[in-house]
Design a protein around this ligand. Sequence first.
Ligand SMILES: [Zn+2]
Length: 482
Amino acid sequence: MHTLSRALVAATLYCVTLGYASTCSAQQTTLPAPDRILAHDVFQQLIETNTSHSVGSTTAAAEAMRKRLLDAGFTPADVVVIGPDARHGNLVAHYRAAPGSTKKPMLIIAHLDVVEAKREDWTTDPFQFIEKDGFFYGRGTQDMKDSDAASVVNFIRLKREGFVPDRDIILALTAGEEGGEANGVDWLLKTHRDLIDAGFAINPDSGGLTTHDAKPVELGVEATEKLYADFQLTALNPGGHSSIPTKDNALYHVADALGKIENYTFPFELNEVTRAYFVAMSKAIKGQQAADMKAIAAASPDPAAEARLSAVPLYNSTMRTTCVATMMSAGHAPNALPQSAQANVNCRILPGHTPGEVRKKLTALIADPKVEVKLVTDVASDSGENDKSITPPPLNKEVFDALHNVVDQMFPGVPIIPEMETGASDSKLTMAAGIPSYGFSGMGIDDNDERAHGKDERIRVESYYAGVQFDYLFLKRLTGGK
Ligand SMILES: [Zn+2]
């Protein structure tokens, strides 16, 4: 989960080097006092309900949130807890639009489960909600009970205000994102599609607001993803004594194959999201790189600009499929010719392309019948020969208009950067189901304080409250409010 590029992008976007100090104003918190108390209590309740796969229960957390929503006036028919078994319940809540609304519903997906956390690894008890030195500590404070809590708080707050959205808002708080066999988004799509069907989805698990010393730097919006695939290269050989070598050597075959992959560059290709990424980045940075980004986003991209940007690994991986050697093993004795040699090549494939295509390309490139190229299918990933990540549609204008509006209000000058990442969140499921999905939240995490899945997970107290307020303003703006 969370942005791979967060630290990388932040490194290029320090306020000082950008030269516009206004982006570096302190994070504004305008969450009203009563809502701060509610936001605190909901967050605490979620953190102190263990939802880890080993001993926890998302059902317990889902039921607690259901009770809060019912107390706030939602009807039992509109707030259900369902799941494949007793410990992996999902909450689905419908905030109804005015009768006669013709807009397709919007969906918010947020996972309730957390990664395991051992008391002895942590400074504090990971399942106690502790406020210390300006931070909230606990498992899930970053990933992602902060956003679970914000969604519930904002449903309650909007309901109390009598707000009626111009489209249904569906909230799905789900199980099994971090592991196990009960992924809630997958289960809901397969068994209750009608309950969560929507025109688009917001998933606060990916993308997000990066801060530096608590000051907002950039807001990443995950809007498409690459596909993960491993390929195994294998060469076999009868072997023999190394005192009488032959040129036909399994190790050399695989080494030569890797050399060919090293020297190959997949074609340059942008999609709606990566083009928008480079356009947004070209405005956020300065100098040659900014000009190059503008040049490659144009109708006829400049090859010289593309070559210069390709030297930066993050930009390179944004412009093309990449394949890289990651593991190797060969031989069985120092004095014997190797009977087998193997290497693993890890590929990150652009949307719209399949592992099958890439395997054919690698096979043609290697052009050696003694080297077998096989797609590895036993990893916990999504790679089958014909799988692909959906080619992203144009960015949803309503979503981005609302986002720009709220960013201008709360974090003026902070750039909004559409991103392509490798599929690491539930968005890959909703996107595959034809629901365009956008990953972001207003919960600021410092570029050097990424603790999701790690020990002493924490979020700055004021970043949390600002995030709740951000999500509130965004939700209201997107559904017809002012
Ligand atoms: Zn997560």
